[in-house]
Design a protein around this ligand. Sequence first.
Ligand code: HEC
Ligand code: HEC
Length: 377
Amino acid sequence: MFLEKVVSFCYKYELVFLISLSMLILSCEGEVDPEPTGVYTLDAPSYFGPFEVPEENITTHEGVRLGRALFYDTRLSGDNSMSCGSCHQQQFAFTDGKQFSTGITGTPGTFNAMSLQNLLWDSRFFWDGRSTSLEDQALQPIEDSIELHQSLEATVEKLSADPDYPCLFEDAFGDEEITAERIAKAIGQFERTLISKDSRFDKYLRNEGTLTTLELEGYQLFSTHPNPRNGIRGANCADCHLGPRTSGSNVNFQGFHNNGLDGVGELRSGLEQVTGDDQDYGKFKAPTLRNIALTAPYMHDGRFQTLEEVLDHYNEHIQYSETLDILITEASNNTERNPGEVNLGLTEEEKTALLAFLETLTDESFLTNPEFSDPNP
Ligand code: HEC
Ligand code: HEC
């Protein structure tokens, strides 16, 4: 009797095991898949404005799943030690907390890692705008000699040797072939899903929450261009960090500005490197300020450690050069100004209010969303 019971239990157990094994195999073929499939709906509030997804790379659940796996896969680097996620860490809104990122060779680069959020609305990538799409951007860090430092051929070869990837590529693109183009497309799809839209500021905009008087005062200053003759005080931030997305314009190069970090002789080329136009000397991409409290250090060269330092820069340390943005030279709360003097003229209280507003842009659910994390930690 007793023996019989054990045997039948084993049999049942084995049957369950066999069924789940076959389900696993089937799901890999895409026939029985417990995970969502098909077109991935990019969910964004209407106040972010319209966006376009390239027709040749529609976002699908299968593509996003593959892109996420690739984004966190250290086999994208020459010595299998780093992935995109090493420099773009979710808890820092996909930055790395360093002034300059170091790649696999340990040599630091010369730019601060950019945050990856709400990229759907951007049309130019990198601080100097040299890349025109997420698909184009994605392959550059792989080949870059001070970042992941690996040829695309070697990357394709490594991934092809993996037991799971051919299947994931088949799910995403219809057959098992692994190519650099497909790697870029999948990463691009994953990056499009990185939407930050649930900060306290968003909840305020959607009437789901409130901001304090100090935060609202900061928001008012942030959004207002000063006009001292009419008694209007402002910090003019939204002149360049536009609308609820707080990022630069996505129309060609309009979102690139010289915000007065360096004077003549010290300025880095920036956008001029891409357009060859003298007028673009010292212009850089105006990034989104979402989750800005977590993405220190700041600016293309990570020169500022804190948001207080950033505000001091805009308020009292603007450096003059020929391409300094007119939105900055024209902006001051002081009625009396010496010729050529650039000084926003905010009070310490106003700076405190601005800072309080910037902190409302932190979006905990974005920073902890399990769908954006490493699938194989
Ligand atoms: C060694 C650190 C490092 C690694 C690894 C890395 N990045 Fe970056 N990323 C940076 C830095 C630094 C910048 C800014 C560089 C510049 O402007 O020249 C940047 C910029 C970007 C941007 C532009 C964002 C914008 O707003 O314009 C995107 C997108 C991006 N990285 C995605 C990726 C992807 C995808 C990978 C993996 C294939 C990757 N990065 C790997 C450091 C890194
Ligand atoms: C003339 C356009 C312009 C104005 C006005 C402006 N910014 Fe910026 N902002 C930029 C640009 C361009 C950058 C990137 C500059 C660089 O790194 O070279 C930037 C960078 C920043 C950064 C660093 C972002 C990061 O990811 O490192 C912060 C923070 C910031 N701005 C806040 C503000 C605040 C607050 C105000 C208002 C007091 C303001 N900005 C006004 C154009 C502007």
